[in-house]
Design a protein around this ligand. Structure first.
Ligand code: AGP
Length: 608
């Protein structure tokens, strides 16, 4: 979703801003722009193309203070006039992520005061509001603070004034923003990847913080305007982790990083002889002792990982578990149980719907909250009482891959820890599970060897417009995830069903043009699944089956079988995810779509 970069330096900041925007491209955007202060004037360039187009357009611009933005349209179509930065009276420029909910009311009032609006965005009201205070003599900091007090909604903003050549004001509430601290230069950005070329020193702003940033110093004020100190941390992010290297796309790179990502995520556990609640935070023992049920809240792929976990939690730990789409839960009147552990799952930790669901859960009386997340210092991590960090490394491709499998690893650990605390896990079972987890990265590596065969298989999908994914039990959510991957990057309409549901409706869709992809582990539901596959074949549907060894499912006319390794028991969903990720990737390549930045989608969905 939208991305912000800002800089104040003794050197020309335009290259810094452009490089930062390039690094934020993965978040998804449809236009880009920047403003620099030069000779007491605001110089602006905007483009509806890629950041590369903006680079061409800003060739003649330079300055020592500037803000830049990639926009993912919410209010107003993607166009140059709606692209940020927005300006007021050639004096104030603003970039903004998030949504200002009361912008219409503010717009009416500002229009009555004589302000002329040149865009359809909610952001432009911020520029005029700041101007209205600044022109009356307030400092830029005070003018911004006064403006923020009038806004309802979520924001991360950067503000500069034409007559203030070395000062940048920024603030965040509900959208991510951090400060990068350099030597005689300072920066702001939506995420650290944008600043890796200029600094590793990072200050994470808290909700409601406002910062005044100069060349040699910066001051942070909390939501009430009180000066506060936020610690400077050293970012662990490296350039390599956000660069493509030998791969054609980030998605493929991230699929192949899964063995390492899983090894990193499981490191603490695999090096120890037993499972301890402490891996979820210091207060986990006490909290886990009080809970009697679990409610998982998440969106998209993260929701799918929650659906797998429900099966584990109920079967292995014997604890009741519900899973809800975060955007539904937050607006539903639900019956809350204070002994329920709320588990939010999010790759980015900034997803607005999940964050709002977490806050709703807290507001209705849930004290025990656990975040399973890939980004340390993200809002979801900071606002939860317990946390588990997946250590997948930065995920750039919009289609989530390694974040999903590492979430599953974290959720499996949660299951085992709760099972142990509830007396449902013998020492022998615990050791067996630890053994299986230690083996997991190499098991994933073995599945990745199917890549050439899956690439070939993908050719069958080049002319397809629809696809059905089938799974049962623990693997139904994997079918859902396979369908989500295929639709989001190849634009093929894909649906997933529990295979037993087929005859209750979707079977009507099956004919020779409807490929049916089945996840077929060698588990207790195998024979039932085989019958469901017969139902498809009998209607002329073409089957693509990912079958564990010993399932005795053979390739035949209209049946393509991809042989998986031995059945991996409870960890099987993780292995069965891999071929579906590869299938989606290679079908998208066939279709020639923009794999890493599929149309209309954003990596980090920071608006509702
Ligand atoms: C997955 O491929 C998606 N792009 C999307 O469904 C994503 O999982 C969802 O938006 C939730 O994001 P989060 O994990 O960062 O909260």
């Amino acid at each position: 979703m939208c991305g912000i970069v800002g800089a104040v330096a003794q050197r020309n900041v335009v290259p810094i801003l452009l490089q930062g925007l390039q690094r934020l491209e993965y978040r998804g955007y449809d236009s880009a722009g920047l403003v620099v202060v030069h000779d007491k004037q605001l110089q602006r360039a905007r483009s509806t193309g890629r950041v590369a187009d903006l680079t061409l357009k800003s060739a003649d611009i330079s300055g020592h203070l500037g803000i830049a933005h990639t926009r993912w349209a919410t209010h107003g179509v993607p166009s140059e006039r709606n692209a940020h930065p927005h300006m007021s009276n050639a004096s104030i420029a603003v970039v903004h992520n998030g949504i200002i909910e009361n912008y219409e009311e503010l717009r009416t009032r500002l229009t009555a005061q004589g302000y002329v609006f040149t865009s359809d965005t909610d952001t432009e009201v911020i520029a005029h509001l700041v101007h209205s205070h600044y022109k009356n003599g307030a400092t830029l900091l005070a003018a911004t603070q006064a403006s923020l007090a009038e806004l309802v909604g979520a924001y991360a903003i950067g503000v500069v004034a034409a007559d203030n050549p070395a000062q940048l004001i920024c603030s965040r509430k509900g959208s991510p923003l951090l400060l990068g601290v350099g030597k005689h230069e300072n920066f702001i950005a939506s995420d650290m990847s944008a600043l890796l070329a200029v600094t590793k020193n990072v200050v994470y702003l808290e909700e409601g913080d406002v910062a005044e940033i100069g060349l040699d110093a910066y001051k942070v004020f909390d939501a009430r305007g009180k000066p506060v100190t936020r610690p400077v941390q050293i970012s662990e992010l490296t350039n390599d982790s956000v660069e493509l290297g030998e791969y054609k796309h980030y998605m493929l790179k991230e699929i192949f990083e899964q063995p390492q990502a899983l090894a990193n995520t499981l490191e603490a556990v695999c090096n120890s002889q037993s499972l301890i609640p402490g891996i979820f935070g210091a207060e986990a023992s006490a909290a886990f002792a009080k809970i009697d049920s679990i409610l998982i809240l998440a969106c998209g792929t993260s929701h799918n990982s929650g659906l797998v976990a429900r099966n584990w939690l109920e079967e292995i730990a014997g604890i009741p578990c519900n899973v809800e789409i975060a955007s539904e839960y937050r607006y539903r009147t639900s019956v809350s149980n204070p002994n329920t552990l709320i588990v939010t799952i999010s790759q980015s930790g900034e997803t607005a719907d999940t964050l709002a669901a977490l806050n709703h859960a807290k507001a209705v009386g849930h004290a025990h909250t656990l975040a399973i997340c890939n980004v340390p210092e993200s809002a979801i991590i900071r606002q939860s009482s317990l946390r588990f960090l997946t250590r997948a490394g930065p995920e750039i491709g919009v289609a989530s891959t390694k974040a999903f499998t590492t979430q599953l690893a974290g959720l499996f650990l949660l299951t085992l820890v709760l099972a142990k605390l509830r007396g449902k896990l013998s020492q022998q079972q615990e050791q067996q599970h630890l053994h299986d987890l230690r083996h997991l990265p190499s098991a994933v590596q073995a599945v990745l060897k199917l890549e050439p065969a899956i690439k070939k298989l993908a050719e069958n999908f080049a002319n397809k417009h629809h696809a059905l994914f089938l799974g049962r039990g623990l693997h139904y959510p994997i079918a859902l995830e396979g369908a989500l991957k295929l639709k989001e990057i190849s634009y093929i309409h894909a649906e997933a069903y529990p295979a037993g549901e087929l005859k209750h409706g979707p079977l009507a869709l099956v004919d020779k043009d409807m490929p049916v992809i089945a996840v077929a582990p060698n588990d207790t539901l195998l024979e039932k699944l085989k019958s469901n596959l017969q139902e498809v074949r009998a209607r002329g549907g073409e089957l693509f089956v990912f079958a564990d060894a010993n399932t005795k499912i053979q390739s035949s006319e209209g049946v393509h079988v991809m042989q998986m390794p031995e059945h991996a028991g409870f960890l099987s969903p993780i292995l069965h995810t891999i071929p579906l990720q590869l299938l989606a990737y290679y079908v998208a390549l066939q279709k020639g779509t923009d794999v890493d930045k599929p149309r209309n989608l954003a990596k980090s969905v920071t608006v509702e």
